[in-house]
Design a protein around this ligand. Structure first.
Ligand code: CU
Length: 161
């Protein structure tokens, strides 16, 4: 009787084990003290440069918004027709966004619209771009801090009502 129970338990335990294996593949990473949160990043040799803008002075917390993503080559020329795969993760928490952004090339050469960005938790996020086109493939990463005002608006205290 006991052996049968063990067999059944191990069968039912399998899906959970598979989930745990996925989690083991990732490594929790804390926010670096000297985090570079630039909105422009480039590959090591400058082959590809990416930058983003939003309509907001700071990245909005828990709000679906659009990124305007610009791609340039090493000569500063717009990169058109790129195939972009974007993922966003919180390295300290091992989870991503709850939305799946849609990326569309705009009429402006080198400008791509990323709709459906949503950082649902405050803290340290990484946005990774897997960009391919013209026979090459590059990975670029933006570091960002969401929902933690670096400084209070000028002339106002944070606790002023
Ligand atoms: Cu989180």
């Amino acid at each position: 009787m006991h052996w049968l129970l063990l067999v059944l338990l191990s069968i039912f335990a399998l899906p959970d084990t598979a989930g745990a294996m996925d989690a083991i593949g990732k490594v929790r990473r804390e926010r670096p003290a000297d985090l570079d949160a630039s909105t422009t990043v480039a590959t090591r040799y400058g082959t590809l440069q990416a930058s983003y803008e939003t309509d907001f002075p700071e990245l909005p917390l828990n709000s679906v918004h659009t990124w305007r993503l610009s791609l340039q080559d090493k000569n500063g020329l717009p990169v058109v027709g790129a195939d972009i795969d974007l993922t966003a993760d919180m390295p300290e928490h091992l989870h991503g966004m709850t939305t799946t952004p849609l990326i569309q090339e705009s009429d402006t050469p080198g400008l791509y619209l990323v709709r459906g960005m949503n950082f649902h938790m405050p803290g340290y996020w990484e946005v990774t771009l897997d960009i391919s086109g013209a026979g090459s493939r590059h990975l670029l990463r933006f570091n960002l801090i969401v929902g933690e005002s670096q400084r209070a608006p000028e002339g106002r205290k944070a606790d002023e009502s």
